[in-house]
Ligand binder design. Structure first.
Ligand SMILES: [Zn+2]
Length: 232
């Protein structure tokens, strides 16, 4: 058997292994398991975000509390208003002062209202997340087990082919096999292709003069564009 024939035989078995891998990767069992896993990872990030937001809201409450104390302090000025006015302080000054205090209180009220709805929003978001996470956590081990079971059943098939490949590999030039495996891991497939005239059948690149000569002697060459193995 020529090197090309051996490699083709190897590739044929390998294509069956690839199909098994694809079957596993595109299975519902894997999809559901991966989705659940990714949801739980994202939920944990989301939880961190909610926590950061809660810290921010807490800082806002502290800020508004300080503002309230400041205003309450100013209100004390009005406790002895009668005396102050009797002492000759103009009533108009206190009127202006009361007006500005009233404006500040209104602004504070608005801030409290928007902070309250921001807190409510966060609480709602947290509760929804909690509910969904609990459901997902309950579901996760089942999906994981279902995926494992499917994977194990597929693995039996894959192991048989892998065994076959090991036997076939013994006859193949080590250097070529190494390159083949590298391409395989880059998801290039098929790796060994028959030339269409002097052109790579997969990407349409023409061979150089040197490569043409090599190919005509039966050597396996590499497409300079898509790096597949080519033979005449
Ligand atoms: Zn090519």
């Amino acid at each position: 058997m020529t090197q090309v024939e051996k490699l083709l035989k190897y590739q044929e078995a390998d294509s069956r292994l690839l199909k098994v891998e694809q079957k596993l990767n595109s299975s519902d069992e894997r999809k559901k398991y991966m989705q659940s896993r990714s949801y739980l990872t994202k939920a944990s990030e989301k939880l961190d975000q909610i926590e950061a937001k809660a810290q921010e809201l807490k800082a806002n409450i502290e800020r508004l509390n300080a503002k309230y104390s400041e205003l309450a302090e100013t209100l004390k000025d009005f406790d002895h208003l009668d005396e102050l006015v009797e002492q000759g302080n103009a009533i108009s000054f206190y009127k202006r002062s009361a007006q500005s205090l009233s404006d500040d209180l209104k602004a504070l009220k608005n801030e409290i209202n928007s902070l309250t709805s921001a807190i409510k929003e966060q609480v709602d978001e947290y509760q929804t997340l909690k509910k969904n996470v609990i459901a997902a956590q309950k579901e996760y081990p089942k999906l994981q087990a279902a995926y494992k079971e499917y994977k194990d059943s597929v693995q039996v098939e894959a192991q048989a082919i892998t065994k076959e490949l090991k036997v076939l590999a013994k006859d193949i030039d080590e250097d070529i096999l190494k390159k083949y495996q590298a391409k395989r891991s880059e998801r290039v497939f098929p790796i060994l292709c028959q030339l269409h005239g002097d052109v790579c059948p997969m990407c349409g690149t023409s061979l150089s003069i040197a490569e043409k000569e090599n190919a005509s002697t039966g050597k396996v060459i590499e497409c300079e564009n898509c790096h597949r193995f080519l033979y005449k």
